[in-house]
Design a binder for this molecule. Sequence first.
Ligand SMILES: *[C@@H]1O[C@H](CO)[C@@H](O)[C@H](O)[C@H]1NC(C)=O
Ligand SMILES: *[C@@H]1O[C@H](CO)[C@@H](O)[C@H](O)[C@H]1NC(C)=O
Ligand SMILES: *[C@@H]1O[C@H](CO)[C@@H](O)[C@H](O)[C@H]1NC(C)=O
Ligand SMILES: *[C@@H]1O[C@H](CO)[C@@H](O)[C@H](O)[C@H]1NC(C)=O
Length: 245
Amino acid sequence: MFKQLFIFSQLLLLFFHHSPTIFAQSPAPAPAPLGPPNVVGILKKAGHFNKLVRLMKRTKMDARIFSLLNNSNPLTIFAPTDEAFARLKSKTLKSFTYQQRIQLIQFHIVNSLLSPLDFETVTNPLSTQAGDNTKYKFPLNVTVDGDQVNIRTGIVNASVNGTVYSDSQLAVYQVDRVLLPLGFFVSPPPVPAPPPPKEKASPSDEDDEDDEDEPKPSGAMPVIYNGLGAKSFVCSVIIAFSLCV
Ligand SMILES: *[C@@H]1O[C@H](CO)[C@@H](O)[C@H](O)[C@H]1NC(C)=O
Ligand SMILES: *[C@@H]1O[C@H](CO)[C@@H](O)[C@H](O)[C@H]1NC(C)=O
Ligand SMILES: *[C@@H]1O[C@H](CO)[C@@H](O)[C@H](O)[C@H]1NC(C)=O
Ligand SMILES: *[C@@H]1O[C@H](CO)[C@@H](O)[C@H](O)[C@H]1NC(C)=O
């Protein structure tokens, strides 16, 4: 039907233009096989993911996502809204290094295609593009509570607020918080360390030495600090004693 309409309109064009060159043109080529879905295009069209799109572009993650999809990797993307970015404490993004900004985007990309039904049965923590999902790195948990899908990172609790896009390879879900990775904020507790060296000992030792130089009140028993001091004290006692006798 559309094809027929198209041909008809082409004929009309020909009729009105009488242009011989048009006859030379080959028929319109068949549309090129569809490439992977264009995530930036999808987000832009939705209209309220401008900050996410900007961050994806600045970190060149847009190209990385394209490449993953073009290589047939299934992905699920959690897309924080502009409002979610606005909820971040001020300077949070600024405090991240370029590498961390890349990791932040990667953390929002799950390495599998998850349908809303899958959320109920996923194994937490999920595997994301950010890599290591162990406790003090990039753990991301998705849980379902009634009809609410929650995401926990250990730093933020987010909710999934709807599907932006889904096909057989890609799902994009809207989330109400930027998913901050635990590893950016919390370091693992220190491994039980050997007792710290007595750093405090030396300054007070110096103090003691200073005290030693101070004149001692006459008649007071001097504290014996070391062998040399003890010897000279004993000597002076002996000398004093022999003088007295
Ligand atoms: C996407 O993949 C196709 C084949 O799978 C390849 O020919 C094409 O070069 C890829 N495009 C980019 C931009 O990597
Ligand atoms: C995520 O799930 C794992 C496995 O159930 C659990 O050990 C971990 O404490 C959870 N983390 C958060 C932040 O909910
Ligand atoms: C996330 O939810 C858990 C369980 O309801 C709660 O213990 C935790 O304090 C919440 N974390 C934040 C950052 O809101
Ligand atoms: C997202 O979902 C949560 C939980 O259902 C809800 O509290 C919140 O208001 C929703 N946010 C938006 C923007 O719809």
